[in-house]
Ligand binder design. Structure first.
Ligand code: FAD
Ligand code: NAI
Length: 466
């Protein structure tokens, strides 16, 4: 065999796995069908969306909060083109960084579509049609996911768009209709609402981000409503039509009536599907399950033992950091180590403002599983730090075991929640109790004091500042 490991797909899971393999002395190749490395996350996902979220947040603050801080600005304007140019600069820098890491680690980078010829052989079809065949002792499938759509909402990438097109619009929409009020809807809806678009969410479920703790969805809805958004929960889209310079969304209301929303764009953000097109899995003796996912065991092995799979193409959360952990896990498994991933403690973040971040059980899951629990919560408005920065929306909610006091879930909606959740992950990895956290010194004034206070609240209702 030419390679110890061939990785198909260069997203966060694939490139992290390739680097860890190389660090462990394995001769490694990575195959990527697009010209740049980094996958969905770096090219059209995590990184560009956060760049647009940050730019739009600066604009929103300049327009709405600077005056109260005593900063006067005149003639404030959005230059969407420049925002998109800056975002692309961030993406380019980041994807080039991954290419540098491949070279540094002596990983062979091959561009083209990877296809199984047999369980050890991969054919790569390059953009110019040329073909190359390589063999590997081990193969890691890291081919990620693509946006999901339904026949009633056919994506045309012009008016009926996915997150990818929504990151490169040339004009701020007048009215953006978003189907699905999940993570992508909440983040990209925030971007355009901050820039002045009217945003309407049409959501099948009865709340925003419905799979997270319900308190988070309620609080997030309040925050996004302040940006002027409308919400149509329990509504069902029956069809979406591109009418040239506008798009018409036909909807069934919960009362069984029909309504329409007319916008200039319709963003379809109803989830993502695992992506295995072109892999020719059958040639490797593999198939997908009813949801299109590649089945793996607890060691991330497919039913062909030298072929592994990770990230969005397998079960579990579709998150970059989950895919990264799995990349490391597979590399270490290949060399005979015994790695471990605690899936229950993979944090989940929504980069709106306030940010939403969570780890562990939701209150709904604890109820469903019959686990006895107690709660403690603390609002940011009671914190000096939050009042100083004028970021008073949101709260920390802690769920601890009723008898042992062990932390079971932490849910934060508030300023810098995405960074703050790391403390909860560490505490929970070490199986800390709410009282353990409440007895640790937290610098004053910081947002993190809200976590300590929520833990105090969960420990005999002992919050100090409330
Ligand atoms: P991917 O990143 O999807 O990479 C797979 C790669 O494989 C792609 O480059 C693809 O071209 C390549 N490929 C596929 N088939 C072949 C083939 N046959 N041959 C060669 N190459 C192939 N997650 C977070 O954790 N945080 C966030 O903030 C976040 N924001 C997001 C924002 C948006 C708008 C979107 C869409 C997603 C976001 N995600 C976020 C999710 C995150 O992007 C994914 O979970 C992550 O990219 C999955 O990594 P992966 O390695 O499994 O696959
Ligand atoms: P999602 O699963 O977060 O949300 C989809 C929403 O669409 C759900 O609320 C669902 O109830 C709703 N929905 C489904 N079908 C519908 C229909 N027919 N009509 C109306 N509503 C419908 O999926 P989303 O937002 O598309 O994101 C895909 C994935 O990308 C996420 O699951 C997440 O893993 C990842 N992602 C992560 C981010 C982060 O970590 N910050 C940011 C963006 C994406």
């Amino acid at each position: 065999m030419e390679y110890d490991v061939i990785v198909i797909g260069s997203g966060p899971g694939g490139y992290t796995g390739a680097i860890r393999c190389a660090q462990l002395g394995l001769k490694t190749a990575i195959i990527e069908k697009y010209p740049t490395l980094g996958g969905t996350c770096l090219n059209v996902g995590c990184i560009p969306s956060k760049a647009m979220l940050d730019s739009s947040e600066h604009f929103y603050n300049a327009a709405h909060t600077f005056a109260e801080h005593g900063i006067q600005l005149a003639d404030l304007k959005v230059d969407l083109n420049q925002m998109v140019v800056r975002k692309q600069g961030v993406v380019d820098q980041t994807t080039k960084g991954v290419a540098f890491l491949m070279k540094k680690n002596k990983i062979d980078e091959i561009h083209g579509v990877g296809t199984f010829v047999d369980p050890h052989t991969i054919k790569i079809t390059k953009a110019d049609g040329a073909e190359q065949t390589i063999t590997g002792k081990n193969i890691i499938i890291a081919t990620g996911s693509k946006p999901l759509s339904f026949p009633s909402m056919p994506i045309d990438k012009k008016r009926i768009i996915t997150s990818t097109e929504a990151l490169t619009l040339e004009q701020v929409p007048k009215h953006l209709v978003i189907i699905g009020a999940g993570v992508i809807g909440a983040e990209l809806g925030s971007v355009y609402a901050r820039l002045g678009a009217k945003v309407s969410f049409v959501e099948f479920a009865d709340a925003m981000i419905p799979t997270m703790d319900r308190t988070m969805g309620k609080e997030l809805q309040k925050a996004i409503k302040k940006l002027g958004a409308d919400f149509y929960f329990n509504h069902k889209v029956t069809s979406v039509e591109n009418k040239g310079d506008e798009v018409v969304v036909n909807i069934d209301t919960p009362k069984g009536e029909q309504m329409t929303l007319t916008g200039d764009y319709c963003l379809v953000s109803v989830g993502r599907r695992p992506y295995t097109d072109g892999l020719n899995l059958e040639a490797a003796g593999l198939s997908t399950d009813s949801r299109g996912k590649i089945e793996v065991d607890n060691h991330l092995r497919t039913k062909v033992p030298h072929i592994y799979a990770l990230g969005d193409v397998i079960r579990g959360a579709m998150l970059a950091h989950k895919a990264e952990e799995e990349g490391t896990f597979i590399a270490e498994t290949i060399v005979g180590q015994k790695p471990h991933i605690n899936y229950k403690l993979i944090p989940n973040v929504v980069y709106t403002w306030p940010e939403v971040a969570a780890v562990g059980y939701t209150e709904e899951e604890l109820k469903q599983e019959g686990i006895p629990y107690k709660t403690g919560s603390f609002p940011f408005k009671a914190l000096g730090r939050a009042r100083a920065s004028m970021d008073i929306d949101g709260l920390v909610k802690v769920l601890a075991h009723k008898e042992t006091d062990e932390l079971l879930g932490v849910h934060i909606i508030g300023p810098r929640a995405a960074d703050m959740i790391a403390e909860a992950v560490v505490a929970m990895e070490f199986r800390a109790s709410a009282e353990d956290v409440s007895r640790m010194s937290h610098a004053h004034p910081t947002y993190t004091e809200a976590f300590k206070e929520a833990c105090l609240a969960a420990t005999d209702n002992r919050a100090i500042n409330m």
